[in-house]
Ligand binder design. Structure first.
Ligand SMILES: C[S@@+](CC[C@H](N)C(=O)[O-])C[C@H]1O[C@@H](n2cnc3c(N)ncnc32)[C@H](O)[C@@H]1O
Length: 493
């Protein structure tokens, strides 16, 4: 099965066929819709023999593309993901029989997402005589149909936080009552584009980001009141009540498939929400990355701490550090063992608000030995490690009020690293980053990845640069989807 949810089968003649809706173990009759030289695509016609791993699932929105693994038993999902990691490391990473530990699954794999990004649509808008603009249909707030940009109106979702679904209901009601238009991508008209809800499950705090194609939302105070009541109404049995602590507007104009535009404005409440996890507290701003599954985040970070194997006194680089969470977790782990000593963490992150969060998170968690650089790892890592003290000089120039090489250059300089944490986006690490990491000659590299294919590619590059693959542990951060997170340990040859 592909991560996007297409069953991969064979015809009786042995040709590979991709069929949406077919699961591993199903025997189906499919109509071939597109035939290439070596493979074909098919449309499922009849289920001849259902797979033993098939379930009815928990969702009634059959067309929603959010859960491509929605009809597989949870055990089978885990087995497929673990196998995918093992097979990809061998095939693309060139690791013979890679040591892949048992995947870490969830006990209750529901309502785990702390961030819901829900597109809004009213089925288009029309302009009546006299210039009155009206929605064609009712407001829909939900998720895209598989392989399309049609919005399926979802009242419930087994993956999302109940606070997010209640906020969606509040937005529907407000749009309906106040005739607020939904964005129509065909004509690039209409106001509401996306509703993004971030839920801090540990503290109950909620942030709402209203993405609009316009300057503002008429009567927005009423919408805030609806949202406030809606998230507070989640019953205790569903993890509630939650409390709306922060509301933003993000302006995204023009035809684009990006969710966010450039301008983000805080219109009510705090600028960040607080989350607590284990002993730690983190502040999160709207544009900062934060792991979407807080329960599995603990498992992921604990495994990263185990692989980092810190004893105290090391220099750790936390590259692609987001709001600083992994590096601070490692420091906290040492603190608990009374071994913190002068261990230092230096984080690199390209999103400025995340770096500001990281600095605050270090303070909140009482860590004086964590520092952060804002910029692209491709440029900042070599500056950080350069031997000629260029970056330190840039920092001094900045202090003296002169221009530095980059505005965010804080003049940090390290002459070595003992452990490097890499946690890049899906595209993996740029080759220049891997080269610089290998030159820093850390004992260990802990690579956290959300895409086995780019992880395997980078494992191969690091292998050629002097690092042995030791082992990997997949962690299921995204039940019912085809995605899997992996923590991987490499050590110097
Ligand atoms: C998968 S997230 C990991 C964040 C963090 N380690 C965590 O566990 O929450 C990847 C992070 O890399 C940042 N990023 C993306 N491209 C980058 C680049 N070229 N240089 C530095 N940071 C980058 C993103 O903004 C994001 O915060």
């Amino acid at each position: 099965m592909t991560a996007e949810g297409q069953g991969v089968g064979k015809t009786d003649e042995g040709m590979t066929v991709f069929v949406r809706g077919a699961l591993p173990g199903d025997v189906v009759t499919a109509e071939l819709t597109k035939v290439k030289k070596r493979y074909a695509f098919g449309r499922l016609l009849f289920m001849e023999e259902p797979s033993i791993d098939r379930t009815d699932g928990f969702c009634t929105y059959e067309d929603c593309g959010g859960c491509p693994y929605g009809k597989l038993t949870y055990e089978k999902q885990l087995a497929l993901k673990e196998n995918h990691v093992r097979e990809t490391l061998a095939r693309l990473g060139g690791v013979a029989e890679p040591e892949v530990r048992d995947i870490v699954g969830m006990e209750t794999p529901y309502h785990y997402r702390n961030k819901a990004s829900m597109p809004v649509s009213t089925g288009g808008i029309i302009t009546r005589k006299g210039g009155v603009v009206e929605n064609i249909g009712d407001p829909a707030v939900g998720f895209y149909r598989a392989k399309s940009h049609d919005v399926i109106d979802c009242g419930t979702c087994g993956l999302q936080s109940p606070a997010a679904m209640m906020a969606a209901e509040a937005l529907r009601r407000f749009m309906d009552e106040d005739n607020i238009t939904g964005y129509d991508p065909k004509w690039d008209k209409g106001l509401m584009r996306h509703l993004v809800v971030r839920t801090a499950f540990g503290t109950g705090e909620v942030m709402v980001i209203l993405v609009i194609n316009g300057k503002g939302i008429p009567n927005v105070a009423k919408l805030i009141e609806y949202l406030d009541d809606a998230v507070a109404s989640v019953p205790e049995s569903e993890g509630g009540p939650f409390s709306l602590e922060s509301v933003y507007i993000n302006v995204n104009r023009g035809k684009t498939s990006e969710i966010y535009g450039d301008r983000t404005e805080n219109i009510a409440g705090k600028r960040t929400i607080d989350e607590s996890i284990g002993n730690m507290r983190f502040e999160i701003s709207p544009m900062s990355f934060y792991q979407v599954n807080p329960w599995q985040m603990e498992e992921l970070y604990s495994k990263a701490a185990e692989y980092a194997g810190l004893k105290g006194g090391e220099t750790v680089l936390d590259i692609y550090c987001g709001a600083g969470t992994i590096g601070l977790w490692l420091l906290e782990d040492l603190k608990k063992k009374d071994a913190l000593g002068d261990t230092e963490v230096i984080g690199i992150e390209s999103v400025k608000s995340a770096v500001l969060d990281a600095n605050r998170n270090a303070v909140i968690n009482d860590m004086v030995n964590a520092r952060y650089v804002c910029g692209r790892a491709e440029e900042e890592l070599t500056k950080l490690l350069c031997k000629d003290d260029k970056s330190a000089k840039a920092g001094q120039e900045k202090e003296a009020g002169q221009d530095s090489e980059t505005s965010d250059d804080v003049g940090l300089h390290v002459d070595h690293a003992d452990v490097v944490i890499l946690d890049p986006p899906r595209s993996g690490c740029d080759a220049s980053v891997l080269e610089a990491v290998a030159k820093a000659r850390p004992e260990r590299i802990v690579y956290v990845s959300c895409d086995p294919a780019t992880l395997a590619r980078d494992v191969k590059i690091l292998g050629e640069a002097g690092y042995d693959f030791k082992e990997a542990t997949p962690v299921d951060m995204f039940p019912w989807t085809g995605h899997v997170e992996t923590v991987c340990l490499m050590s110097r040859k």
